[in-house]
Design a protein around this ligand. Structure first.
Ligand code: FAD
Length: 498
């Protein structure tokens, strides 16, 4: 049974046993494994003896739609097409050719459905899209359920909004274990036997399935779409298959040196999983179950005396403890905020002490000032900053430690902290594969004091907000090769889209 804490029923409409299929409208957990929404759709399908139909749609009319983001999502759709075909489940992969062309598709499919199950995701345009869909399906008398597969801890298991990682960690150490026993099914479609639904002919002709060239992210197919072609696709593949391969490589080759190694650009030991987690190509439950299997961890190893501590609670290796602290405590802290407040990306949502100190220093002279265009083009005096920005523009990724420095320098070089926030969001959401995620806004707002405390001594511009310098970064980190690669890289800088 999918836990009730994972399911929000968004309409008053009843489940309709006479419907032709159970519709899973896949919007955020773009995978077929370890997915509570698949489990829930199968529960309904079994209860009513109806097959599953999966609709995975890709819109063009959202801010930042680009070749880069489309290609990554299309890789996932191509993997889903293969997996669902192998399982005998009907799948409609729909790619909008023009903004708004997909309007009506969900209702048309929902009209023949027992019920509609979809993903719950707490930020970017998805909550608004879900709310609008719920209003329309409610009018049509169709049952819509939003299912949360985002984290190990269900977003709505608490009403509390945590303003410090330490408080959230303590809460998780007290509350998380029962939720770990309620994981989604690893391979829910392995013994699928509910039959094959048919996409109604009128739907298939008005909203045809994406052609193979589109699912293969062929450049000529992407070129036809009204999206930002100036942010090019990257060679790195998206999708469940590539995500699983990344996870395996991380566990085999990097995990053992994760704690310290993840800080050094020259021998980066980080997982690189964030884009796959963001698009739902990989599930955090999958990641956790593999870690547990590798470590031979069981609940009996938990050390209650270490509740609330960054290390020791799990009774596991230092690498396990440190990775889980990032991938669960820090990652899910962002989901906690976004699921409970809709001002998560606004300046006003920063802690009072941070706004106060930044306001006191608002008039401090800025010895160097750079606007969005110079920053986007990596045209600052700072070699490390330029290298990090070039990596972001070229690959859709930025090294974890440098991401913090990157943000701090934008604060220092912008005319105001409010402008710095806008610039960080623009550059991160536009170029980063993992952008537009709760952790985009927690990372960016961390630069301005969220989840942090006041630091001394007070500094110009930063006030009491934590300060970082490129000089100390250069001293602390191994980054010779990184700089050789990125500080002189020339980029086909896509500036016109911003
Ligand atoms: C200015 C700034 C912007 C950021 N923007 C994003 C963003 O757009 N998307 C995003 O997912 N993360 C963002 N982060 C957080 C963090 O930098 C990335 O999650 C991490 O670098 C991703 O690399 P990885 O998958 O190799 O991480 P790993 O170190 O392998 O960690 C595993 C997973 O844990 C989570 N995680 C790790 N570090 C953090 C953290 N500090 N906060 C929250 N979750 C974390 C991520 O989901 C990550 O994939 C940002 C941080 C800063 C300072």
């Amino acid at each position: 049974m999918v836990p009730t804490s994972r399911v929000r029923v968004l309409t008053d409409g009843p489940v309709r046993p006479g419907g032709e299929y159970v519709l899973y409208w896949m919007t955020a957990a773009r995978r077929v494994r370890f997915n509570f929404a698949v489990d829930r759709a199968l529960e309904l399908g079994r209860a009513h003896g109806r097959p599953l139909l999966v609709l995975e749609a890709l819109r063009v009319g959202y801010r930042w739609a680009s070749d880069r983001l489309h290609a990554f999502v299309l890789d996932g759709m191509s993997d889903n097409r293969d997996s669902l075909a192998a399982a005998g489940v009907a799948y409609l992969p729909y790619v909008e050719p023009t903004p708004g062309a997909g309007a009506g598709l969900l209702e048309a499919l929902a009209a023949r459905a027992v019920a509609v199950v979809t993903d719950d995701f707490p930020c970017f345009f998805l909550p608004r899209m879900l709310e609008a869909a719920a209003a329309r399906l409610d009018d049509a008398g169709v049952c819509l359920e939003a299912v949360d597969s985002n984290g190990l801890y269900p977003m709505y298991a608490t009403d509390r909004v945590f303003s410090r990682a330490a408080d959230f960690r303590r809460h998780l150490h007290r509350e998380l274990l029962p939720h770990l026993r309620q994981a989604p099914t690893a391979t829910p479609l392995e013994r699928y036997d509910l039959g094959r639904a048919t996409v109604p002919a009128d739907v298939a002709s008005r909203w045809p399935a994406a052609e193979p060239a589109m699912l293969a992210r062929a450049p000529e197919a992407l070129a036809r779409l009204p999206i930002d072609h100036a942010v090019p696709a990257v060679p790195e593949r998206g999708g469940a298959r590539a995500g699983e391969a990344r996870l395996a490589r991380f566990l085999d080759e990097r995990l053992a040196r994760y704690g310290e190694g993840r800080n050094h650009p020259d021998d980066d030991a980080a997982s690189g999983l964030s884009p796959y987690l963001h698009f739902g190509h990989v599930s955090i439950h999958d990641v956790f179950s593999r870690l547990v299997a590798r470590e031979g961890w069981t609940e009996a190893k938990v050390q209650p005396a270490h509740r609330g501590k960054r290390e020791g609670f799990w009774g596991a290796s230092a690498a396990f403890e440190s990775f889980v602290d990032e991938a669960v405590t820090w990652r899910e802290l962002g989901y906690n905020l976004c699921s409970h407040r809709d001002d998560y990306d606004r300046y006003d949502s920063l802690p009072a002490w941070a706004k106060e100190t930044l306001a006191e220093h608002a008039r401090d002279p800025r010895p160097r000032r750079y606007g969005l265009r110079e920053l986007e083009a990596a045209e600052t005096y700072d070699e490390i900053w330029n290298a990090a920005q070039r990596e972001l523009v070229a690959t859709g990724r930025m090294h974890n430690y440098l991401r913090m420095l990157w943000g701090k320098k934008i604060l220092e070089w912008s005319e105001s902290p409010e402008v710095a926030l806008e610039v960080m969001i623009t550059l991160n959401d536009k170029y980063a594969l993992d952008g537009r995620n709760p952790n985009s806004y927690s990372g960016i707002c961390w630069v301005l004091g969220r989840y942090d405390r006041a630091w001394g001594p007070e500094r110009p511009i930063y006030g009491k907000v934590r300060y970082m310098t490129s000089e100390s970064t250069r001293r602390k980190l191994r980054m010779t090769r990184y700089l050789a690669r990125w500080s002189r890289a020339t980029l086909p800088l896509p500036l016109e889209g911003g």
